[in-house]
Ligand binder design. Structure first.
Ligand SMILES: [Zn+2]
Length: 186
């Protein structure tokens, strides 16, 4: 297994923060955090990592687990990622290929990030998750949280399409509807 170290670093003051506990804000200035990954001295070469991808028995995005900050067994068991690349032929010398992300569990590419975030949250002992969304991200969180047996709450603007609301509710998530512009209200 490739050997990498992770840590949170503040986007404003660059203060490093402890990895392994759930953190949301810098403990010094309160700003958002970014994740930094560093290869350890015993980390494999790029070719070793590619070989690990090729030999992995995991499906979808967990095939690339060697580069992810959480082990595959924390995943939802849904097949996320590994979507087909559809060859649409040659058009005037340009080869067009379309990545069909609608094949993901909730029908959106958002499932990739949600799968990873909820795996980290699950490992950290979280029982539920909340997101603000105008549709797809909320449906994704609701879907994968259900598969993880985690509670989900999705904060949506009143303008959210009914089809997306129905999808979010069908997964069993709690929906909290607010008026006005979502970005201004948060
Ligand atoms: Zn800071």
């Amino acid at each position: 297994m490739p050997s990498f170290s992770y840590r949170y670093t503040c986007v404003r003051c660059a203060t490093p923060q402890t990895w392994g506990t759930i953190r949301y804000r810098c403990h010094v200035c309160g700003q958002n955090l970014r994740i930094q990954r560093k290869a350890n001295a015993d980390a494999p070469s790029a070719m070793d990592v590619v070989t690990a991808f090729q030999e992995s028995e995991s499906e979808g995005m967990w095939r690339y687990g060697a580069l992810l900050p959480v082990e595959a067994h924390w995943g939802s068991r849904l097949r996320v990622g590994g979507t087909p690349l559809i060859d649409c032929g040659d058009d005037g010398g340009v080869r067009l290929r379309i990545k069909d992300e609608a094949r993901n569990p909730s029908g959106s590419l958002k499932d990739r990030a949600t799968e990873l975030v909820l795996a980290v949250a699950k490992r950290g002992g979280c029982k539920g998750a909340v997101t603000a969304s105008t549709g797809n991200a909320g449906a994704s969180l609701a879907c994968i949280a259900a598969a993880q047996a985690m509670a989900a709450t999705v904060v949506v603007p009143a303008s959210t399409p009914l089809a997306k609301l129905a999808q979010i509710r069908a997964y069993g998530a709690n929906v909290c509807e607010i008026g006005g512009d979502l970005r201004r209200r948060l």
